[in-house]
Each structure stands twice: as structure tokens, then as C-alpha cells.
Design a protein around this ligand. Structure first.
Ligand SMILES: CC(C)(COP(=O)(O)OP(=O)(O)OC[C@H]1O[C@@H](n2cnc3c(N)ncnc32)[C@H](O)[C@@H]1OP(=O)(O)O)[C@@H](O)C(=O)NCCC(=O)NCCS
Length: 171
């Protein structure tokens, strides 16, 4: 009788975003925008929205099927541009992307924070399940209520990268 090896879990690779990823990241954005309305509004220049000039870093998670998620960190410690493809959700990718950005903020001695529109319940659930703390609310120029969160004092330390730009799985 033929025996089959048990199937191994799909490989998840967290790594720095490169210029070569931007096309895949715009496709990811378009899919997330279609399903969740994020980003809102859709930017005139999606690449410029991803490559804003004040970034301290940006990362993707890649599965065998391609880029499945994205996050960025600004030089002031704001974690932003978090999105996970609809087909890759509820497997902890967003929480681990947040961990990657928070670890980089920690390495830069920044206190990571983020803002989320109060109607984005999935994102709010992620931030709370990842241990981020609500710090207050404000109203933006479009009249939307934004909730502010800060990372807990204990941020996971940045994993050693080998090769240089690759981040071992944080699970
Ligand atoms: C928010 C988003 C990034 C979450 O991505 P994800 O990889 O599916 O999230 P995770 O798997 O890391 O979720 C971790 C936990 O958060 C909570 N959570 C995540 N999505 C949820 C949902 N839709 N409803 C309720 N709880 C949710 C759960 O507790 C989950 O753990 P569990 O799956 O073990 O129950 C994704 O839904 C997304 O891209 N949304 C659109 C873009 C967006 O809103 N970005 C944030 C802008 S501020």
C-alpha cells in the first residue's frame, strides 16, 4: 500500500518589502479595497500611498501563492498600511505583521502607535488581541472617529535576520 507523508503547513515568509514587491502590493491593496473598502478613499497614486516618504520600514508576508499581507512603520512610530488578503485571513498574519513593525520600532527606540477608524471592527479586534492599548479618540478631517492605540510596554524583540532582510516566523 502506498503511504503519503502528512502535508506540511504552508510556508510563511516575513521580509522587508522591496521595490519589486510594489506591483503585488498594489494588487493586494485593490483586493482589500474591493472587499473591505480599505484604503478609503482609493488613492490617486497607490504606489505613492505605499511608499510614503516618512517610512522607517515596510514589510510583507509571502505565502507560496504570493504576497498575502503588508505593514509599514513611519519614522514617528506610527504603524500603518496593515492589510491581509481576504484569502489569507484568520491565521495570525496581521498579529505577526504588527509584531514585525513593533520590533523595528523598538529597535529604533520609538513607541509604536496606530490609528483606526472606529467602524473597522476586524482591525480593532486584531489590535486588542495583539495586546495593544486604547489611548484615546479624535475626529479626522472627513468627520470619521479615529481610535488611537499604543503597543504594550513589552514589545517582542526583533528576531535576528538571516539572510539580512528575512525575518524568521514569529509564531
Ligand atoms: C484587519 C486585518 C488586517 C486582519 O488580518 P488577519 O490576518 O485576518 O488577522 P489575524 O489572523 O492576525 O487575527 C488575529 C485575531 O484578531 C481577531 N480578528 C481578526 N479578524 C477578525 C474579524 N473579522 N472579526 C472578529 N475578530 C477578528 C481574532 O481574535 C483573531 O484571532 P482568531 O482568528 O484566533 O480568532 C484584515 O481583516 C484586513 O486586511 N482588513 C482590511 C484592512 C484593514 O482594515 N486594515 C487596518 C486599517 S487600520
Amino acid at each position: 500500500m502506498q503511504r503519503f507523508a502528512p502535508s506540511s503547513p504552508p510556508r510563511e515568509r516575513f521580509r522587508r518589502r522591496t521595490r519589486a514587491d510594489l506591483g503585488a502590493c498594489v494588487s493586494l491593496m485593490a483586493e482589500v479595497h474591493r472587499v473591505d473598502g480599505y484604503p478609503s478613499p482609493w488613492p490617486d497614486d497607490p504606489v505613492a500611498w505605499l511608499v510614503r516618504p516618512d517610512l522607517a520600514g515596510a514589510w510583507v508576508v509571502e505565502l507560496e501563492t504570493g504576497v498575502a499581507g503588508h505593514v509599514a512603520l513611519t519614522q514617528s512610530g506610527l504603524v500603518t498600511r496593515l492589510m491581509v488578503a481576504p484569502w489569507a485571513r484568520r491565521r495570525g498574519l496581521a498579529v505577526r505583521l504588527l509584531g514585525v513593525a513593533a520590533a523595528r520600532a523598538d529597535a529604533l527606540a520609538l513607541r509604536p502607535s496606530l490609528q483606526v477608524v472606529d467602524t473597522r471592527s476586524a482591525a480593532i479586534a486584531v489590535y486588542e488581541s495583539a495586546g495593544w492599548s486604547y489611548t484615546g479618540a479624535c475626529v479626522d478631517v472627513r468627520g470619521r472617529r479615529l481610535l488611537r492605540y499604543a503597543a504594550s510596554a513589552r514589545i517582542p524583540s526583533a528576531p535576528a535576520s538571516s539572510p539580512r532582510d528575512e525575518i524568521p516566523s514569529l509564531r
